[in-house]
Design a protein around this ligand. Sequence first.
Ligand code: FAD
Ligand code: UDP
Length: 369
Amino acid sequence: MEKYDYLIVGSGLFGSVFAYKAMQAGKSCLVIDKRKHIGGNLFCEEIEGINVHTYGPHIFHTSDREVWNFVNHFVHFNRYINTPLAKYKGELYNLPFNMNTFHQLWGVKTPEEAKKKLAEQRGIYADITPRNLEEQALKLVGKDIYEFLIKGYTQKQWGYDPKDLPSFIIRRLPVRFTFDNNYFNDTFQGIPVGGYNSLIHRMLKGITVLLNTDFFSERKELTKKAGTIVYTGMLDAYFDYCYGSLEYRSLRFETEVLDTDNFQGNAVVNYTDADVPFTRIIEHKHFEFGNQPKTVITREYPQAWDANKEAYYPVNNEENDAIAEKYRNLALQEKNVIFGGRLADYKYYDMDKVIRLALDSAEQHLGQK
Ligand code: FAD
Ligand code: UDP
């Protein structure tokens, strides 16, 4: 017996935004999640009075005014601007690549000096059409920055030689000739006051949510409960891996409470040496300007993915994208199922993009903004 208009598989950002819009349109929803909490990868747990980003640091940034207004309807955002540092052989460098970084690396003081130095550094790579991440990085910033700040980090993050990775991954990083350490170019940025949990709680207010419920362990019964499914889990899993498994990158987080009020003076410090096994240390209190007596830090270790681990990043190389495309064609033929979000689209989306896609999908299927 159909009891709900929508069964929403996954209480992450895509599922929660869709559920909220469906409820607003007078539709009934059942949201399920296999985890023991709502919010997907945005979830935070409180330790020593600090919101700890359980699944890795999340900084909200967007230039999409409608998305910004949408999230601000639920929560206020603080004035946090992401200004990560990179540590290489014991020295600190500012990110993204800007006049501060160029000064720290080469002692240059003006944009003109920096441009001259970068032209030397790029050498023959300046005019190539990059075929992979290494060539893209050398074309963008030349050999020192590639060697110091990109090569080791990227190899650790993805478990592949940068020569075997797609160039688009590195095009996410800005290069600037100003002394501006803001990691993002977007118009709006911040962390929800009170943490991300309040954002998701407010979206799902009044909606029935079943936790610890895996769609695949009760697929038949759950499918009968609603006219339409909104599916935000793994694309290949939905089709029982009929074209083979898609590849993901996973992470292991090592979280520690320290008996000091300030460990590294910044929320994010990247470790770019190849022989340091983690990629970054997060000091969570700095996302919210916390002044608690203790601090909580997390070391992030990239690791190979298998079915017992969380799938954090799709590995969008040619082979995987070709398999994903075949699954997407199957998804198009699937009646009464809406696929959305990072896992179901097998795409490397930021939060604002996921909200934009969920709002558009809701508009298309519910017939209203
Ligand atoms: P998810 O958050 O993955 O939600 C999917 C949900 O579905 C999960 O709760 C899962 O448990 C559930 N689910 C899956 N399969 C099943 C099943 N079979 N049955 C029941 N439930 C199921 N974006 C930014 O904008 N800024 C950042 O700084 C940023 N940092 C990030 C850092 C890391 C380490 C990672 C991994 C991502 C980061 N992102 C960031 C991206 C952001 O996490 C995603 O854009 C967003 O969480 C995607 O939401 P989603 O709903 O698509 O997926
Ligand atoms: N990157 C790097 N050094 C750094 C930070 C990033 O080489 O200190 C590269 C790395 O390949 C990474 C990509 O830039 O995968 C994109 O970085 P971003 O911080 O956007 O990744 P996210 O963690 O948000 O997925």
